[in-house]
Design a protein around this ligand. Structure first.
Ligand SMILES: Cc1cc2nc3c(=O)[nH]c(=O)nc-3n(C[C@H](O)[C@H](O)[C@H](O)COP(=O)(O)OP(=O)(O)OC[C@H]3O[C@@H](n4cnc5c(N)ncnc54)[C@H](O)[C@@H]3O)c2cc1C
Length: 297
């Protein structure tokens, strides 16, 4: 049996070939993934990983695809979509979420059970797994502030990491760029009242709406070169509204690139490159991408 046939024989996964990645990424650009699999169970996920290992094929796990730029040349391996693994439940006094659950689902679960803490993360269009890898955060709160443990799958084994072992930093963790797949994260939240939690969610949603543009984007393109902010530098360099093909630096927020219909990943890539060069020239600051490149550029 070849790799495709082996994949097709995995009953706990749904396989497709030459999958258009613009459908699966928030920037709405990018070429095809040669192989694409929705993992419908942990067993299926493990079989996908083992099959890649046996055939020496590379893979990439994606959540909601809100922090990736997939090349127009596509991805020559297997993209694993783990969004079907989306349970959120209690484990003793902690909330345990499967990596494919959306942050929105986690926040709703917390609200329903009168648990507070993660309201500031509402509006981040991430899965739990993607948010853990990136240590997603907003308005001074990061997901790591509420995490107790993370569980991963690697080489057929489940590993447990304490919060300290996760090595969280500003938009990073030990899992970024690694082969280990996050399968669960557990959270310790605080008891509160629904009205208070709801008010918090509303406040953060309004704040987000006031500063962030709508349209297809990947959120912040660059990490903030502390103590400065990437958006402020880009604005001061006069780059707001600057465009390459169908990709434009947002007029509302300098750290957002908005793509229009017909844009390509190359447009986004060249715009990022141009912004970096300009910021280096004007301020002698090296901007570092928060968005991750997938495939060859
Ligand atoms: C409109 C908009 C607003 C945003 N606002 C914010 C914000 O306020 N704060 C913020 O921090 N970010 C923000 N982002 C960026 C993005 O949502 C976050 O980086 C988020 O954490 C990515 O989650 P995801 O599920 O989409 O991950 P993906 O983009 O699918 O993947 C990101 C990385 O995580 C890896 N990954 C995903 N799941 C797993 C897993 N289970 N196991 C191992 N690796 C995995 C991928 O391989 C990839 O390396 C925004 C994006 C958009 C489009």
């Amino acid at each position: 049996m070849g790799f495709s046939e082996e994949l097709a024989s995995i009953t706990h996964a749904k396989i497709s070939l030459d999958e258009q990645m613009d459908k699966h990424t928030a920037l709405r650009v990018g070429g095809v993934a040669k192989y694409y699999a929705k993992a419908n169970s942990l067993h299926g996920l493990n079989q996908l990983l083992e099959t890649c290992k046996s055939y020496k094929k590379h893979y990439k796990v994606l959540g909601n695809g809100t922090n990736v730029l997939v090349s127009d040349k596509g991805f020559d391996g297997l993209i694993i979509d783990i969004r079907p693994l989306s349970d959120v439940f209690f484990k003793r006094d902690e909330v345990r979420a499967s990596a494919g659950a959306s942050l929105e689902k986690l926040i709703k679960f917390a609200y329903e059970h009168k648990l507070s803490g993660i309201e500031a993360l509402s509006g981040i269009p991430a899965t739990v797994g993607g948010a853990v890898v990136m240590n997603a955060g907003a308005f001074g709160h990061n997901i790591c502030d509420y995490i107790t443990t993370v569980e991963t799958l690697c080489d057929g084994k489940i590993k447990f990491y304490s919060k300290e072992e996760c090595k969280f930093g500003y938009r990073t963790s030990r899992f970024l760029g690694k082969k280990e797949v996050i399968i669960f994260a557990s959270f310790k939240l605080n008891e509160s009242e629904r009205e208070i939690i709801r008010a918090g969610i509303k406040t953060y949603a309004e704040l987000r709406k006031s500063v962030q543009p709508t349209g297809s984007s990947c959120g912040s393109v660059f990490k903030n070169p502390k103590p400065s902010s990437a958006g402020a530098l880009i604005e001061r360099a006069g780059l707001k509204g600057f465009a390459v093909g169908g990709a434009t630096v947002s007029e509302k927020h300098g750290n957002f690139i908005i793509t229009e219909r017909g844009a390509s990943a190359t447009d986004v890539y060249l715009l990022i490159k141009y912004v970096k060069e300009k910021i280096k020239e004007v301020f002698d600051v090296d901007l570092v991408e928060e968005v991750e490149y997938v495939g060859e550029f």
